[in-house]
Design a binder for this molecule. Structure first.
Ligand code: KG4
Ligand code: ZN
Length: 344
C-alpha cells in the first residue's frame, strides 16, 4: 500500500456526503447528511445478469457498473433535491473486491472530487459493513464486537475505538455467504444462494443431519469449506429442505458461539452483526436471543443495509473524515485490502 494513497487532515464532519459502491455486483450511490440522515440510497443490482452463470462474472460486472453509475448518481441527487455543488465530500470503496469493478467507482469518485475540489474519503468495503449498524443506531459506540459475514468475507472484529479495529479471526477458506451460495448451487437452487437456502431451510429439520461444527473451540478462525463437502457427501440421502436446514444451523451455531466467546473474552457489552449474510433471519434471531440471555446489546442493520449499499460506505467515509484521513489523487483500486490500511 503506497503511502501516497492517504493523507492526514484536521478531523472534519462533512455536511453532505456522497458515496459510491461498486466492489461486486451492486452499483450503489447514497447521500448522507450530517453523518445521520440517509437522504438517498440507490442500489442497481446486477443479480439477473449473473444468475444464468451461477455466480458473478467480473467482466460483466465492470461493464454494467460503467453503464449505470452516471445515471444513478444523477438520479440520487435529483431524488434528494441536491446538486453537485451542494456536496461536501465523496466517499468511495477502494477495495477489497473485483478489481475492475472497484476501479469504476474509484475513477468516478476521483474525477468528481477533483472537479468539485472537495475531499475524497477512501473506504474499505468491510469497514462499510462494519459501520453499517450505526446508520440506524447512532447510539452504538466503541467498544463492540462485530461479526462480519458476507459473500467474500467472514471475520470477527473488536472495535476498540473509532480508529482502532482489531481483527480477531477470519475464515481460512470459504466465507459464510460463499458456502451458502455453493450449497445452493449443489442443490440447484439458483443464485444468489443465501436467500434460497434460507427459504428452503424453513421447511426442513435443522437437526436432521449431524453435520460438523468446523473450528469449534479453536479461537476465532472459521472454516466453511469442509461443511460444504459434508453436505455434498450426504446429498442423496436427505431432502433438500433438511440439507438446507441442517447446513444453515451448523453455520449459525459456529458464528454465534465464536461471537459470544469474543464478547466475553474482551469484556464487551455490545455485539453487532453485518454483511450480506446478516440478512439471514434465523442467524439474526439466534444471535439476538443469545445476546439477550447474556445481557448484551445487539445491533443489526435492516435488510437494505445488510447487502452491499452506498449508505454504509457513506457512514464509513464519515468515520474516516472524523479521523482526518482522506485520499490523494493516487488512490487506487485493490482486490484485497487489510482493515485500516491507512495505519500501515
Ligand atoms: O455483503 P454482500 O452483499 O456482498 C459481499 O460483500 O460479499 O453479501 C452477499 C452474500 C451472498 O453470498 C449471499 O448469498 C449472502 O450474502 N446472503 C445470504 C442471505 N442474503 C444474502 N446468506 C444467507 N441468508 C440470507 N438470507
Ligand atoms: Zn459486501
Amino acid at each position: 500500500m503506497p503511502d501516497s494513497e492517504f493523507q492526514r487532515h484536521q478531523p472534519f464532519e462533512p455536511g453532505l456526503l456522497f458515496a459510491l459502491e461498486t466492489s461486486c455486483d451492486e452499483t450503489s450511490v447514497a447521500l448522507l447528511q450530517n453523518g445521520r440522515e440517509v437522504l438517498c440510497n440507490r442500489v442497481a443490482s446486477q443479480e439477473e445478469l449473473h444468475a444464468r452463470y451461477g455466480g458473478v462474472v467480473p467482466e460483466i460486472a465492470c461493464r454494467r457498473h460503467f453503464e449505470v453509475i452516471h445515471p444513478l448518481l444523477e438520479e440520487a441527487l435529483e431524488v434528494a433535491g441536491k446538486s453537485f455543488t451542494d456536496l461536501d465530500a465523496i466517499a468511495v470503496t477502494h477495495g477489497p473486491g473485483l478489481i475492475g469493478a472497484v476501479l469504476v467507482g474509484v475513477t468516478v469518485a476521483k474525477t468528481l472530487a477533483l472537479s468539485l475540489d472537495i475531499p475524497l474519503l477512501p473506504v474499505n468495503h468491510l469497514e462499510g459493513h462494519l459501520f453499517s449498524p450505526i446508520l440506524e443506531h447512532p447510539e452504538l459506540k466503541p467498544p463492540w464486537i462485530s461479526l462480519l459475514v458476507s459473500g467474500g468475507h467472514t471475520c470477527l472484529v473488536l472495535v476498540e475505538d473509532w480508529g482502532s479495529l482489531k481483527l480477531l479471526g477470519k475464515t481460512r477458506d470459504d466465507a459464510a455467504g460463499e458456502a451458502f451460495d455453493k450449497v445452493a448451487k449443489m442443490l440447484q437452487l439458483g443464485y444468489p444462494g443465501g436467500p434460497r437456502v434460507q427459504k428452503l431451510a424453513a421447511e426442513g429439520n435443522p437437526q436432521a443431519i449431524d453435520l460438523p461444527r468446523p473450528m469449534r473451540g479453536q479461537g476465532y478462525a472459521f472454516s466453511f469449506s469442509g461443511l460444504k463437502t459434508a453436505v455434498h457427501r450426504v446429498r442423496e440421502q436427505y431432502s433438500p429442505a433438511d440439507l438446507c436446514a441442517s447446513f444453515q444451523q451448523a453455520v449459525i451455531d459456529v458464528l454465534v458461539e465464536k461471537t459470544l466467546q469474543a464478547a466475553e473474552e474482551f469484556g464487551v457489552q455490545q455485539v453487532s452483526l453485518a454483511g450480506g449474510v446478516a440478512a439471514n433471519q434465523p442467524l439474526r434471531q439466534a444471535l439476538e436471543q443469545s445476546c439477550r440471555q447474556r445481557g448484551l446489546s445487539f445491533y443489526v442493520p435492516s435488510f437494505e443495509y445488510c447487502t452491499d449499499n452506498g449508505a454504509m460506505i457513506a457512514m464509513a467515509g464519515y468515520q474516516m473524515a472524523r479521523l482526518g484521513i482522506t485520499a490523494t489523487t493516487g488512490l487506487d483500486a485493490h482486490a484485497s485490502l487489510p482493515l485500516q490500511a491507512w495505519r500501515t
